[in-house]
Design a protein around this ligand. Structure first.
Ligand code: PMP
Length: 322
């Protein structure tokens, strides 16, 4: 029972497999279209954004790498609220940039003034955040973007499981870049496909930095088919949201406290500082969840929302742990 890396527990749309099978041999023989235009056209239709406002990447980690190389010079500063996605400092260090972290505000609110006061060139904001699953309102994100003269990257890896997104900010404001992934809400973590949405002038700069052929012919076909089948994807999102409530109640019934999640995982405090022990015991029982050996969050576990059967297996395993 694999609840440790926030994958979608349901398979991708059947149309994805059809699209992959339909890829003709010459598409493998030749280099792929460099900007993944077949995907951009599909995403443009579905999201209602211009095609030249979209940049495709080899997973959203590739988008984050491209953004870091585009917007941060050596010696420049990246700021973000902490805790958050652990890749951000790694990318900044590879770019010889400085990292300044700011604690989240009370109730996991956006520390706007503290972020702006860092004097950073770029701010990264995972929204919903990982590993907390919490979300700040789009109005707060907009206030931050307006108060900040660098680039604000909003990492919306989990946004399809949330009540609100910031997509329109990327078109309305000149300094907002949205990053999205096909890994979670479209069940394609194995394919490696992500994308960003930003004003075309920013997309053009990011396109200069990316590898020439960062997305391959098979992944472009798969991702275009997946985003085009909104009915299918949305059916998995609503099952996951319903299961998120059931999982939350099941954990709360055991005395755990669970942060209100807007993502496809929950972040829960294990009573009695037993997170590490419970993590190992679950692993021994064949249930994988995520434990962070990091001060401040080492009393918590991050658990991906799976199928109802996954939740039942987790709860059954928990009842065997003394
Ligand atoms: N952003 C966040 C906040 C994530 O948790 C992840 C998943 N590890 C990613 C981006 C990257 O996802 P992918 O590269 O699969 O698109």
């Amino acid at each position: 029972v694999k609840l440790n890396t926030n994958e979608n527990p349901y398979p991708p749309s059947p149309r994805v497999m059809e699209a992959v099978r339909a890829v003709p041999p010459h598409a493998l023989q030749r280099y792929p279209q460099p900007m993944a235009d077949a995907f951009r056209a599909a995403a443009s239709r579905v999201l209602g954004v211009p095609q030249d406002a979209i940049l495709a990447g080899n997973g959203s980690d590739d988008i984050l790498t491209i953004a870091t190389r585009t917007f941060l010079d050596p010696g420049g500063t990246l700021a973000y609220p902490e805790p958050t996605y652990s890749l951000y400092p790694v990318l900044a260090r590879l770019q010889d940039a400085r990292v300044v972290t700011v604690p989240w505000g009370s109730g996991w609110s956006l520390p706007i003034d503290a972020l702006v006061a860092t004097g950073a060139r770029a701010i990264y904001l995972a929204n919903p955040n990982a590993p907390t699953g919490t979300r700040v309102p789009a109005s707060a994100v907009e206030a931050l973007a307006r108060a900040f003269d660098g680039v604000l990257l909003v990492d919306e890896a989990y946004v399809d499981f949330a009540d609100e997104n910031c997509l329109d900010l990327a078109l309305r404001l000149p300094n907002v870049v949205i990053s999205r992934t096909m890994s979670k809400s479209y069940s394609l973590a194995g394919v490696r496909f992500g994308f960003s949405v930003a004003r075309p002038e920013l997309v053009r700069e990011m396109a200069k930095v990316k590898d020439s052929y960062n997305c391959d012919a098979l992944s472009i076909a798969a991702a275009a088919a997946a985003i085009s089948d909104q009915d299918y994807a949305r059916s998995t999102w609503s099952k996951i949201r319903a299961e998120r409530s059931r999982l939350t109640s099941a954990l709360e019934a055991r005395g755990w406290s669970v942060l209100p999640s807007q993502a496809n995982f929950v972040f829960a405090t294990v009573p009695g500082h037993r997170a590490r022990t419970v993590h190992s015991a679950l692993k021994a029982a064949g249930v994988l969840v995520r434990y962070f050996d990091v001060p401040g969050i080492d009393d918590k576990l991050r658990i991906t929302v799976g199928t109802p059967e996954d939740t039942d297996a987790l709860v059954a395993a928990l009842s065997t742990i003394p």
